[in-house]
Ligand binder design. Structure first.
Ligand code: FES
Ligand code: FES
Length: 163
């Protein structure tokens, strides 16, 4: 199996490694880097549990080759809290009981970060559509929607205060 040298930034740190050409990014993150917050639910791009940000865009890392991420700037769930303070989405999922077992939660949050970046004030319908590629078998989605709404309001407040 051919090996390739890759270098990427993960949660602000530069990482260089030699990887097999067929190594999937989710396996690189979980197994090579020991960062297990990114989950694997299906391995077929169906559930969204493996969602991370690549150059700011949410991507399902179970169907993304590690070699393709060479040079990329990657963020995983482990990288979104700032100096010990949870991201507004992490806080909102906690406040609104947006999780039960928590298996889908890292992917839901990473997807929602991208959603709120492109649409900071989404309607309920837009939230439901925006997270439609991420499956949750526990919550019935209502509290996830409320979590995204709380985070959107919180982030808008933060933005206003910083101007
Ligand atoms: S594990 Fe990637 S979409 Fe399900
Ligand atoms: S909280 Fe269990 S799958 Fe979503």
């Amino acid at each position: 199996m051919a090996k390739h040298k890759v270098t990427m930034t993960i949660n602000g740190k530069s990482v260089t490694a030699e990887v097999d050409s067929r190594l999937l990014l989710v396996h690189f993150i979980r197994e090579n880097l020991d960062m297990t917050g990114t989950h694997i639910g299906c391995d077929t791009s169906s559930c969204g549990a493996c969602t991370i940000l690549i150059d700011g865009k949410s991507v399902k890392s179970c169907t993304y080759l590690t070699v393709r991420a060479d040079g990329a700037d990657i963020t995983t769930i482990e990288g979104i809290a700032v100096e010990g303070t949870n991201h507004p989405l992490q806080k909102a999922f906690h406040d609104q009981h947006g999780l039960h077992c928590g298996f889908c939660t890292p992917g839901m949050i990473m997807r929602s970060i991208d959603l709120l970046k492109t649409n900071p004030n989404p309607t309920e319908k837009e939230i439901r559509w925006g997270i439609s590629g991420n499956l949750c078998r526990c919550t019935g989605y209502n509290n996830i929607v409320k979590s995204v709404q709380q985070a959107a309001a919180e982030m808008a407040k933060e933005k206003e205060a910083s101007v």
